[in-house]
Design a protein around this ligand. Structure first.
Ligand SMILES: *[C@@H]1O[C@H](CO)[C@@H](O)[C@H](O)[C@H]1NC(C)=O
Ligand SMILES: *[C@@H]1O[C@H](CO)[C@@H](O)[C@H](O)[C@H]1NC(C)=O
Ligand SMILES: *[C@@H]1O[C@H](CO)[C@@H](O)[C@H](O)[C@H]1NC(C)=O
Ligand SMILES: *[C@@H]1O[C@H](CO)[C@@H](O)[C@H](O)[C@H]1NC(C)=O
Ligand SMILES: *[C@@H]1O[C@H](CO)[C@@H](O)[C@H](O)[C@H]1NC(C)=O
Ligand SMILES: *[C@@H]1O[C@H](CO)[C@@H](O)[C@H](O)[C@H]1NC(C)=O
Length: 498
């Protein structure tokens, strides 16, 4: 389990690698439970794991396995039968065993390596003991150590190899592995609860809908399953919530950020302006456009708001430094103070990266995020045609913007799910800008919304800490109570049928 500790240490080094400057995905922030961990700047590693309440997580309890996964579950061409090694980890320390059909808590990976998630997803190890549950963590294809075609280089080369990288394939992978593990352990009757955060939360809820014979229920944390097509009205949205979070933290900070964009453009338009900005923001490479800087800053504010969790509250920290700069400092010096506060003292800032999420937003995860004119950001109207053209230019193939709502649904969600679906918890924190695309009202007795006003992205499934406020402790307690209710009914049914 060396990798787990390694990823904690390496996370700070990787901070600057996170921002994706592919034009196609600029406004669709990463949708991951931990943001690849290092996305938080230095608050994550400083704040959370060291304050962990319980010692429930011990990497030594995890057994790493690989499954020969089918490349393409959905057709019978020769190529489809190719396989790749998909990673999953099992922790059976607290498992009550198959004799009593003790439950299985299954974490469904999102768009990052499991190494980034496992140390932080405390919900499983902390609750396994009460449920006498087996824990299993499954990595999403094309991330971490679960890369088809032998190498990232080949897998990410073009649409011929990337084409197998989508949500429907991913949940089919999860179904195969869960069925395989249950069979191996003779645990066919052990109820499975799937748990996921963010994109992984969407997968968890969709998994319950598509594979009710594999999962008894789902905890879908911060899953914006409504952020597709036109379901979220365009005049509200992600960046409006980011703005609200910043404005609540500090009106002056909000004003400074709001003014900074025209200041950046103003300087960039002057001779030597970009090199002046590069120097001011200590960029890793000379800026070639002012958008590189603006996108980086937008992403930073977005991530600060998305993960604005106690005890560190990154929004407050960023604003603290912006407000705390000397009053004689110019606007951009203040903004840079915020950057340093967020990322820590790095040798350079503003770098680019390309990761799997860019492809995902250009295939099925088309999340139409606009930036409205009532935010602290430059307004931007999501233009589907332009988006499609950018995706085509980057990958050679267009996205399918209506596929998610065709395959999983989303329109009239209450009407379609209230009598059909069961056993899903949609949890959210309303400070999380993605909560705008989440389920915030109960759909039925067992498809329920559990949200907190001051919560942030995936906070409920993160490892507990001593600093957790009561509302968070209570949110987790209600989730456990609801899951226990599902299980009690299941075991009663099982007994009646045997
Ligand atoms: C999985 O695939 C590898 C390589 O193709 C092979 O050596 C191994 O035997 C397979 N394992 C199983 C369980 O089929
Ligand atoms: C499970 O049941 C089998 C058969 O009844 C028994 O042999 C075995 O010892 C049991 N295992 C445990 C862990 O109780
Ligand atoms: C994708 O890459 C493969 C492997 O290099 C190559 O054979 C194929 O022609 C490429 N496809 C396209 C559409 O460029
Ligand atoms: C930041 O790091 C550099 C060396 O990398 C050091 O010279 C400087 O004092 C540090 N600044 C702060 C505020 O810690
Ligand atoms: C902001 O957008 C709304 C609706 O999209 C429009 O009616 C309004 O005039 C805009 N305000 C400004 C200042 O551009
Ligand atoms: C949420 O946070 C605000 C600001 O810190 C605080 O005033 C409020 O009491 C909190 N609300 C709840 C429900 O904890």
């Amino acid at each position: 389990m060396k990798q787990l500790t390694f990823s904690l240490q390496s996370s700070l080094l990787l901070i600057s690698l996170i921002f994706d400057t592919t034009s196609v995905s600029l406004k669709i922030p990463r949708l991951s439970p931990t943001g690849g961990q290092f996305i938080h700047g230095n608050y994550w590693t400083q704040g959370r794991p060291s304050e962990a309440l319980s010692s429930a997580f011990d990497p030594k309890d995890l057994q790493t396995c690989y499954y020969n996964q089918t490349l393409d579950h959905f057709n019978f061409r020769y190529d489809s039968f190719n396989t790749f090694q998909q990673r999953y980890l099992i922790n059976s320390k607290h498992w009550g065993g198959s004799n009593i059909s003790a439950p299985i808590l299954a974490y469904l990976g999102a768009e990052e390596s499991l190494d980034d998630d496992i140390p932080n997803i405390g919900f499983l190890p902390e609750n396994a003991i009460h449920f006498q549950a087996l824990q299993i963590y499954i990595e999403h294809r094309y991330y971490g150590k679960s890369i088809p075609f032998g190498s990232t280089e080949v897998a990410f080369k073009n649409a011929s190899t990337l084409g197998y990288f989508n949500s429907a394939q991913a949940i089919a992978d999860y179904a195969e592995i869960l069925i395989h593990v249950k069979k191996q352990l003779h645990a066919e009757h052990s109820p499975v609860i799937v748990i996921g955060g963010s994109y992984g939360g969407m997968l968890a809820s969709w998994f319950r809908l598509k594979y009710p014979h594999v999962a008894l229920g789902a905890l879908a944390s911060s899953a914006p399953i409504l952020y597709f097509d036109d379901i979220v009205p365009p005049e509200t949205g992600y960046y409006s919530i980011v703005t609200k979070d910043f404005r609540e933290a500090s009106e002056t900070c909000y004003q400074i950020i709001k003014k900074s964009w025209s200041e950046i453009d103003n300087i960039a338009s002057k001779p030597e302006g970009l090199s002046c900005l590069s120097k001011k923001f200590r960029t890793c490479r000379p800026l070639t456009t002012s958008s590189e800087l603006k996108d980086y800053l937008e992403s930073m504010y977005a991530m600060a708001a998305q993960y604005d969790s106690p005890p560190n509250h990154p929004v407050t920290v960023v604003c603290g430094s912006i407000d705390g700069a000397s009053s004689t400092d110019d606007i951009l010096t203040k903004i840079f103070a915020g950057v340093v506060a967020y990322f820590g003292n790095l040798s350079c800032y503003v770098t680019e990266t390309h990761d799997g999420w860019a492809w995902q937003t250009c295939s099925d995860m088309v999340i139409p995020i606009s930036v409205n004119n009532d935010t602290m950001f430059p307004p931007y109207k999501f233009d589907l045609d332009e988006f499609i053209n950018n995706c085509k230019a980057t990958y050679g193939v267009p996205p399918r913007p209506n596929w998610v709502t065709t395959y999983f649904g989303g329109h009239d969600i209450k009407l379609s799910l209230s009598r059909f679906a069961s056993n899903i918890i949609f949890s959210n924190g309303l400070r999380d800008p993605y909560s705008i695309g989440g389920i915030l009202e109960d759909i039925s007795d067992s498809v329920v919304a559990v949200h907190t006003k001051n919560g942030s992205h995936c906070l409920d499934i993160f490892t507990s800490t001593h600093a957790d406020p009561d509302w968070l402790v209570n949110q987790r307690k209600s989730e456990v109570r609801i899951i226990k209710g599902w299980m009690a009914k299941y075991y009663a049914d099982l007994q009646a049928l045997q």
